[in-house]
Design a protein around this ligand. Structure first.
Ligand code: UD1
Ligand code: MG
Length: 249
């Protein structure tokens, strides 16, 4: 869409909850690995300006991702914030906006991504989070808003209070961010949380505290952002995909 746009795909994790030795993003849906779907989506909006963060089975994940794009190695999986930080040196100089995708969210629709990106530019935001509502939001980061409905942060399941766990609006793991804001905010992310990880989600709270412009883009199509963390999730996503192909939607 623009040469000033770069997509980072986070794909270094093993995916412990998959209970497999294979890197999570190499698992297949309808004969194609998760990472292939995500790279395809990324290329549609950013052409070759794509950086995939690899770690577990790095060579296999690189091969599945294809050629012409760039890769960043995250040697130790210290969290999504750390993964994004590893990608930054590979982001091309002219880049103004970065879209971050998760390698384990393969059903995302390109139209949604384009609409989110347009809205992000239109509102001149520093960060926009793609969110959806799930009847059962277990396992996802919860979107925290103030009484006026402004986005103030994202809280992970492991760190959420009982009240926060009742929130049904969740983080899809997909973001549009202004490059210089991302770099600045990532430097401030720490690992002081229940999982001792550097959470990418913390950039939202950091931005809010700095009075930066943070926003949510909410989609009605929640199925497209199911995150695949277990074999059960994989089966469910495959069924959704097959349904989509049958309905040609
Ligand atoms: C993440 C989000 C959560 C969101 C959910 C959506 C954080 C802290 N949490 O949680 O708010 O609701 O996605 O699906 O970001 N990865 C790396 N390196 C790492 C860790 C992860 O590359 O060190 C990659 C994984 O390979 C995966 C993606 O990042 O593709 C997301 O990681 P995952 O562990 O699945 O995060 P969730 O717990 O699902
Ligand atoms: Mg996940």
């Amino acid at each position: 869409m623009s040469e000033k746009l770069c997509v980072i795909i986070l794909a270094a994790g093993l995916g412990t909850r998959m209970k497999s030795d294979r890197a999570k993003v190499l698992h297949e849906l309808n004969g194609k690995s998760m990472i292939e779907y995500v790279v395809e989506t990324a290329r549609t909006v950013a052409g070759d300006n794509v950086v995939v963060v690899v770690g577990h089975q790095a060579e296999e994940v690189k091969n599945a991702s294809g050629s012409g794009i760039r890769f960043a190695l995250q040697e130790e999986q210290n969290g999504t914030g750390h993964a994004a930080m590893c990608a930054v040196p590979q982001v091309s100089d002219g880049t103004e906006t970065i879209i971050i995708l998760c390698g384990d969210v393969p059903l995302l629709r390109v139209e949604t991504l384009k609409k989110m990106y347009e809205k992000h530019l239109e509102e001149k935001r520093d960060a926009t989070v793609l969110a959806v509502e799930f009847e059962d939001s277990t396992g996802y980061g919860r979107i925290i808003k103030d009484e006026k409905g402004n986005l103030v942060g994202i809280v992970e399941e492991a760190d959420a209070s009982l009240e926060q766990k009742r929130i049904k609006t969740v983080n899809s793991g997909i973001y549009c961010v202004y490059k210089s804001f991302l770099i600045d905010a990532l430097e401030k992310v720490d690992s002081d949380n229940a999982q001792n990880e550097y959470y990418l989600t913390d950039i939202i709270g950091i931005g809010h505290a700095q009075k930066k412009s943070m926003g949510v883009f909410e989609s009605d199509d929640a199925d497209q952002v199911v995150g695949i963390n277990s074999k059960k999730d994989l089966d469910e996503a495959e069924n959704l995909l097959i349904g989509r192909i049958k309905n040609k939607s």
